[in-house]
Write a protein that binds this ligand. Structure first.
Ligand SMILES: [Zn+2]
Length: 272
């Protein structure tokens, strides 16, 4: 990343097959505020597509127009960032055109449950991530007809435009200064099962040390013979809602950050 400072290490951590919407990486050599900046960029500064305007032609359902519109807004859609611009950055200057808007239609007649998959668009790449997300139930004879407009937006404006949940935790170093008396008690009371007793000696299980949450249960039980210290390394988890791949979220966030820093440098250059 330009302009900030060099981090010593970023390491991609193994992930399970069923966690394909998640990304885990270890980051070290940076300050916690920097890691938090990344978290905020991932969640708030990466654009995704969501329904913003809804025009109702007919709504006989039990829900008010506003509620149906709100529910439609929260449906995540597969987002292709190459095809759409943020309205504020579009050539049309936010008036609305094919490069910054996507029209959608929905027609349904009861009795039925209206699902996200009932929404039709002209762009085959834009599909609801969860087709079985219910919007509203219609009874016999009730109808719902509407036209909606989806636009790119940012999570800092509304959470419907957030691409993911991102969070991190700090890793710890555990030092056993002197063998404590209550070895079995420490093994049993560590909620993350990080210790074992081998040849009557308390040891840290190396593969499990990154699970430590710094709860200090071992410190309390060892009368100060165990020391747990933050390691200045963090594990970041990104859980994508599906609009973008987790790696795409990271790349886009870094691009945005670089752009913001460049803008800042340009503004600074103009100061006399
Ligand atoms: Zn436009």
């Amino acid at each position: 990343m330009r302009g900030v400072f060099k981090m010593t290490k970023v390491r991609l951590l193994r992930k399970k097959e069923k966690e394909k919407d998640k990304l885990f990486f270890e980051i070290s050599g940076v300050d916690i505020s920097y890691v938090n900046t990344l978290r905020r960029l991932f969640m708030n500064e990466v654009p995704v597509l969501a329904i913003e305007d809804v025009e109702f032609r007919k709504n006989d359902s039990g829900l008010y127009d506003e509620i149906v519109a709100h529910r439609l807004g929260l449906i995540p859609f597969k987002t292709d960032l190459k095809s759409y611009n943020l309205p504020s950055e579009c050539k049309c200057k936010g008036k609305g055109c094919g490069h910054c808007q996507l029209k959608m239609t929905l027609k349904a007649k009861g009795p039925c449950t209206v699902y996200a998959s009932n929404i039709k668009t002209k762009d085959p790449k834009v599909k609801p991530i969860y087709p079985k997300m219910p919007v509203v139930k219609l009874l016999q004879g009730q109808e719902l007809v509407l036209e909606a407009t989806a636009v790119l937006g940012l999570g800092k404006v509304h959470t419907k435009w957030s691409p993911c949940l991102a969070y991190y935790r700090e890793l710890a170093d555990i030092h056993i200064n002197k063998q404590p008396d209550n070895k079995e008690g420490i093994v049993e009371n560590c909620p993350k099962h990080i210790f074992k007793v081998k040849n009557d000696k308390l040891e840290v299980i190396k593969d499990r040390i990154n699970e430590c949450t710094l709860c200090n249960a071992c410190v309390d039980l060892s009368n100060g013979r165990i020391r747990v210290e933050p390691r200045n390394a963090y594990v970041m988890t990104i859980e994508s809602w599906g609009q973008l791949e987790p790696k795409e979220i990271v790349k886009q966030a870094i691009d945005t950050y670089n752009k913001q820093l460049d803008e800042f440098a340009d503004l600074l250059a103009k100061v006399k």
